[in-house]
Each structure stands twice: as structure tokens, then as C-alpha cells.
Design a protein around this ligand. Structure first.
Ligand code: NAD
Length: 336
């Protein structure tokens, strides 16, 4: 039994990770500021479900509130911190970049300071496939250069990777950064395509399909994703004694730090994903073909070789099965 402090537990991924860890009998302290970026009812519902579980306690506060974060971590004395809270979303970062700087830079700094004070055995933090930015070499591997962020969202996430590396080096904190690829599934985010599309298809309203449908995403089913996180929790990086990093590993030569993709390793055309939604919902999608949006990339595709090598992980849920399970939840939750 481990004491795991998770930020962002009222959020999509944090909720699923807390659920998995509680089922395994760990003690979990959730921390979330309930930002109003999307429907708060959904966040409250996730939060209330977790509060019913033995072994779960939670603090409602913002990461930028250092006193609140310190009080929560001091009280709990975490052995592992998984930092998932962030201002997420590529498109919203074009409208409100400051929210990303506040939550993702200052907020993350406060989290890694807490990790330092508590000398945690492992700090794990969410980055994103968006850091691959303008890269066109597919699939995206962690060892590729990723220094062309196209949005402030991607730029802040890239900066959190850099901050994580510096603290891992200076304070010897074993640190893993995840790069997630388009996560979907039950209790998902209403700002993302699967719920937005499903609601519109169910109501017979048109959906906006960017880049005229010439878009590919490595859609990752949420229970696969949190299983990947769980496996990585037990695979903390060590500082290589001789500074030599095995080929294909993103381990830092100077710090106990590595970056790991978690994805399904299959790039699915957006129009195929929409076809699967139509099939499951039993209604046709009215497609409004649009130009590419600023800050967007045409394709993402995860090379998950490193994750597999470190943990034995393989994704279990193909996108058709994932969409079927997502739609079953969607019908129950939204009753469209
Ligand atoms: P989410 O928005 O559902 O969850 C984030 C949670 O963090 C929310 O409940 C929000 O209230 C909380 N939060 C945000 N800013 C905060 C702050 N300053 N202080 C306290 N709480 C704050 O997002 P998610 O999809 O669960 O994403 C989790 C992490 O994974 C994020 O770091 C995100 O950037 C990253 N990520 C997600 C995806 C995806 O497809 N969902 C892809 C790549 C990366």
C-alpha cells in the first residue's frame, strides 16, 4: 500500500487513475481546483464518486495556492506524486494563454517543490504529444527533437519537462514525464472531439471537421492509458552511473529523468473515428468540412516502444471497441 498524491482528480485522467489505485488498495489524496474550463457538473460527479471510496481524501484548491498545496502534502506525506492537473486543450490556449502560464508553469513549480520537500520516491507528470509540434517524422519517438511547440499549451508543457529535468538533476528526484496522445473514453472531456461530436450527432446537428477530414490521431482509450501510468509508477528512472543512455531510451545522461509516450500506437483517420461514432449512435453525422485550425497538427502517432520495453505494456483497446464502450457510457450519462 502506497500513499499517492494525485493532482487533477476531478479531471478525466486523474479520476480514472485514482479509481484504479483505490481498487488496488492504495491511499490516494486528490487535489483539484475545479476550474470552470468545462462543465463543472461532470467534475463534481467524478469527485463525488471518488469520495465514496475508502482510502480517498481530497483537497479543493488551486495549484498556484502554495500554502494550500503545502498543507495538503504535509498532511498526507506522499510517497509518490502524479501531477495531472493542468490547463489542457490546444484550441483554448489561443484564446486564453495566461491560464496555461498560471496553471502549468507556476502550478507545476509548486508541485515539484512539494516533491522535493517530501523526497518522494517518484514524481510523475503529464506532458503531451503536442510537444512534438511541427515534427513530421512518424511515429513520434521520445528521442526525436521536440523543440517546435505550436501553441502556448505545448510550450508550457515543454517547459514543465525542462523544470522536471532540472529538479531531478539538482535534487535527485526520480522523475517520469508522460506524453499522452488524444485520450478518450467514459467520463471524458466535453471540450474534446468524441463528446462534442457524439452530442451533435445524437441531436442531428452538424459537426465541424477540420482540415477537410485529413486528420489522424493516435486515439488512446483511457483505461489503457491509466494502466500505462500505473506500470510506469513502478519503473522509476535512475541516474545512469556512467552517463551512457541505452539506444532508444529518453533517460537523461545526468539525472534520474525520462520522458515516455503513452499512446495506442495506431494513427486513426478522424473520418474513421466519426464513422465508428455514427455506427454506435445509430445516426448519421452531418459533416461541416473546415480548414485546418491554427495551432493544430494534421497527425499524431505514438511510438510506444520505450513504454513497452520498460513495462511490458501493450494497448488492449482498439478504437472500434473503445468507441463502443465510450458510447455506452455517453448514452447513460447524457441520455441524448
Ligand atoms: P482535465 O481538464 O479533465 O483535468 C485537469 C484537472 O485539473 C481539472 O479537473 C481541473 O479542474 C484541474 N486543474 C486545472 N488547472 C488547475 C490548477 N491550476 N489548480 C488546480 N487544479 C487545476 O484534463 P485531462 O484530460 O484529465 O488531462 C490530464 C493531464 O493530461 C493534463 O496535464 C493534460 O494536459 C494532459 N493531457 C491530456 C490529454 C488528453 O487527451 N486528455 C492529452 C495530452 C495531455
Amino acid at each position: 500500500m502506497t500513499r499517492v498524491f494525485i493532482t487533477g482528480t476531478a479531471g478525466f485522467i486523474g479520476y480514472h487513475l485514482a479509481d484504479l489505485l483505490l481498487a488496488e488498495g492504495h491511499e490516494v489524496h486528490g487535489f483539484d481546483g475545479f476550474t470552470d474550463y468545462y462543465d463543472l457538473t461532470l467534475k463534481r460527479r467524478r469527485h463525488e464518486r471518488l469520495l465514496q471510496r475508502p482510502g480517498y481524501v481530497a483537497t479543493e484548491a488551486m495549484l498556484e495556492d502554495e500554502a494550500a498545496l503545502s498543507a495538503a502534502t504535509d498532511d498526507f506525506a506522499p510517497e509518490i506524486i502524479v501531477h495531472l492537473a493542468a490547463q489542457a486543450g490546444v484550441r483554448y490556449s489561443l484564446e486564453n494563454p495566461r491560464a496555461y502560464v498560471d496553471s502549468n508553469l507556476l502550478g507545476t513549480f509548486n508541485v515539484i517543490e512539494a516533491a522535493r520537500r517530501h523526497r518522494v520516491a517518484h514524481l510523475l507528470m503529464a506532458s503531451t504529444s503536442s510537444v512534438y509540434g511541427a515534427n513530421t517524422e512518424m511515429p513520434f519517438a521520445e528521442t526525436q527533437k521536440a523543440d517546435t511547440p505550436l501553441t502556448i499549451y505545448a510550450a508550457t508543457k515543454k517547459a514543465t519537462e525542462a523544470m522536471g529535468h532540472a529538479y531531478a538533476h539538482l535534487h535527485d528526484i526520480p522523475t517520469t514525464m508522460f506524453r499522452f496522445f488524444t485520450v478518450y473514453g467514459p467520463w471524458g472531456r466535453p471540450d474534446m472531439a468524441p463528446i462534442k461530436f457524439a452530442l451533435k450527432i445524437a441531436r442531428g446537428e452538424p459537426i465541424d471537421v477540420y482540415n477537410h477530414g485529413e486528420m489522424w490521431r493516435d486515439f488512446t482509450y483511457v483505461t489503457d492509458l491509466v494502466r500505462g501510468i500505473r506500470l510506469l509508477m513502478d519503473a522509476e528512472p535512475v541516474r545512469p552511473a556512467d552517463g551512457i543512455v541505452p539506444e532508444g531510451d529518453s533517460l537523461s545522461p545526468v539525472a534520474p529523468f525520462r520522458v515516455v509516450n503513452i499512446g495506442n500506437s495506431e494513427s486513426v483517420k478522424l473520418t474513421d473515428f466519426i464513422d465508428a461514432l455514427e455506427t454506435e449512435l445509430g445516426r448519421p453525422a452531418i459533416r461541416n468540412l473546415m480548414d485546418m485550425q491554427q495551432g493544430d497538427v494534421p497527425a499524431t502517432w505514438a511510438d510506444a516502444t520505450l513504454l513497452h520495453r520498460l513495462t511490458g505494456y501493450r494497448p488492449e483497446t482498439g478504437f472500434r471497441e473503445g468507441v463502443a464502450r465510450f458510447v455506452a457510457w455517453f448514452r447513460d450519462y447524457y441520455r441524448p
